[in-house]
Design a protein around this ligand. Structure first.
Ligand code: ADP
Length: 528
């Protein structure tokens, strides 16, 4: 057992400790992977968003560039203007305008996106005036400008304007063309462009794209401001089903489940291996105890028989009563040896599944009476008393293997004598019920602690009590009783109180003819 403890200690040191450390490290690694995953997911979303906003911006720039690039001649030609506007749509455009500065006068023209002239609302006119006043001033002052680019005026958020000055050959401002954007239509157009870009680039990824003045923090959107126009708006993107933190959390849980499962299986396998090694070591210990017990059991009576035989041969014993006494002793010891050898042979047959039974109908009361009487013969003057209590009610005949049940009963009687201290006072009783018959052997001996009452039926098992170690035994008796009784379809029960005694009960079923055949077929059952 010490060797086993040492092996377990080594196993714990060499396998379990590193495995435990590995599991802890794995856990910490998975935790850091979780935060890296969330960060990576967020970065990926941010990159996607950058691409989308860039796409929206360039879309607007290109469309506006095309729509607001007209020649100085076209500025004064309404038909050309109408044609140009109709062919150059700007997403979310509400009204196009063209202003021609002529000396101190300004000619205005407003057009719907389809190119038709329209009358704009006064707010739009105000916004256009405010946005273009500096060009008018530049025109009046005859300023020479660099090549004109697109300008955005967002002072009136309801009427944002993209415009471009028109220069003559001398690079002086002669007019302005521009477009007033409609908030709702522009937003719709931008969301459409954004979603289409996401679909195109990240095909298969279910992403949500929104544009708005602000985003609630708890909705998990990654956001950034729009460029070019609508610059006080933000675009936001997120995975449709989960935030980066939720995705990382789900990954972490899946990983930890796998790691935990594998670790558990490993620990379980180690525990099973340790258990099986412990069982094997215990069994081999029990086997070697068994060999030494049996050798001892054989040697002692054989020595006595030889001595008594020698005395008789040499004629040293002359008194008739001494001859009878020694003869009886030799007979009793030979009987015990036969019983022991029978047990060992039976055990070996049971172990190799070769034990067979011959069932025949038996009057169990009569049979038990005979066994008890036979058992008592060699113990006549030993102070052992066995009282037999046959039942008052009639007992139906039982189908049993007489030799096997007889041997089981003798094993119980033998134990009752062995484990009674000074005076063995034993009672044997039979009690029938409708389905079975109980044969009880009761003693007033040393008893069995509750924790051992199951184990004593295992092969080679002997209780650890010192009282038991003073008594000879092989540890096979009860395991044979169990096998024999179970082969009859019955069971063995024990009730015991340490210091007060034990009662072992064999319960045999009342067999019908078919039942007997059935239990006959069970005789090859494995002996555990
Ligand atoms: P053994 O040859 O040791 O008697 P058994 O299989 O017959 O082997 O019994 C197993 C153990 O059960 C015994 O060693 C003893 O500790 C315990 N035992 C069996 N019968 C009794 C009893 N009647 N009273 C007390 N202990 C018993």
């Amino acid at each position: 057992m010490n060797r086993l403890r040492r092996s377990i200690l080594w196993l714990v040191l060499l396998v379990v400790v590193p495995l435990g450390a590995l599991t802890v490290m794995q856990y910490r690694f998975l935790r850091s992977l979780q935060s890296t995953t969330a960060q990576a997911e967020r970065n990926w979303l941010r990159n996607s968003l950058e691409e989308v906003t860039h796409e929206i911006e360039s879309n607007y720039r290109t469309a506006s560039e095309r729509a607001l690039t007209i020649s100085a001649d076209s500025l004064m030609n309404v038909d050309a203007l109408t044609e140009h506007i109709r062919n150059s749509p700007v997403p979310g455009a509400r009204t196009f305008f063209a202003i021609h500065y002529d000396e101190s006068r300004a000619e205005w023209g407003f057009f719907a996106p389809d190119g038709m002239e329209k009358t704009p609302s006064s707010e739009q006119v105000e916004a256009v005036k405010l946005a273009t006043v500096s060009w008018h001033v530049a025109h009046t002052m005859q300023r020479i400008l660099a090549q004109p680019s697109l300008h955005v005026d967002e002072r009136d958020p309801e009427n944002r304007i993209i415009m471009r000055p028109i220069l003559d050959d001398g690079l002086r401002v002669i007019g302005v063309v521009g477009v007033v954007l409609d908030e709702d239509m522009a937003r719709e157009a931008m969301v459409r462009i954004g979603a289409a870009t996401l679909r195109r680039r990240y095909h298969g990824n279910d992403m949500l794209f929104r544009i708005g003045r602000q985003f609630a923090a708890d909705h998990g959107f990654i956001t950034q401001p729009l460029g070019f126009v609508f610059t006080n708006w933000r675009a936001g993107v997120r995975d449709n089903s989960a935030t980066p933190e939720q995705i990382a959390e789900t990954n972490f849980h899946a990983n930890i489940l796998w790691t935990g499962g594998v670790s558990l299986m490993l620990f379980g396998a180690i525990a099973l291996a340790v258990q099986s090694v412990a069982r094997q070591m215990k069994l081999s210990q029990m086997k070697s105890d068994f060999v030494s017990n049996v050798s001892h059991e054989l040697r002692t009576p054989l020595a006595s028989i030889r001595v008594f035989g020698e005395y008789m041969r040499l004629g040293r014993v002359t008194k008739q009563e001494k001859i009878v006494e020694y003869g009886e002793y030799i007979e009793a010891e030979s009987r015990r040896l036969t019983q022991l050898i029978n047990n060992i042979l039976d055990f070996s047959r049971i172990e190799s599944s070769e034990k067979t039974y011959k069932f025949c109908e038996t009057d169990i009361v009569d049979f038990v009476g005979q066994i008890v009487a036979g058992f008592l013969v060699p113990l006549r003057d030993s102070g052992v008393s066995i009282s037999f209590h046959p039942p008052l009610a009639p007992v139906p005949p039982l189908s049993i293997d007489r030799d096997a049940i007889g041997q089981a009963l003798v094993n119980l009687l033998d134990n009752a004598v062995k484990y009674s201290r000074e005076r063995a006072d034993i009672e044997v009783s039979i009690e029938p019920s409708s389905f079975d018959v109980s044969i009880a052997v009761r003693d007033h001996g040393i008893g069995i602690p509750a924790a051992e009452q199951k184990k004593i039926f295992e092969k080679f098992y002997r209780t650890g009590s010192t009282l038991v170690h003073d008594v000879r035994g092989s540890g096979l008796g009860l395991s044979i009783v169990t096998h024999v009784v179970e082969a009859h379809g019955g069971r063995v029960e024990v009730t015991s109180q340490p210091g007060e005694g034990s009662t072992f009960t064999i319960v045999l079923p009342v067999a019908t003819a078919s039942h007997a055949a059935e239990i006959g077929g069970a005789t090859q059952r494995e002996f555990a």
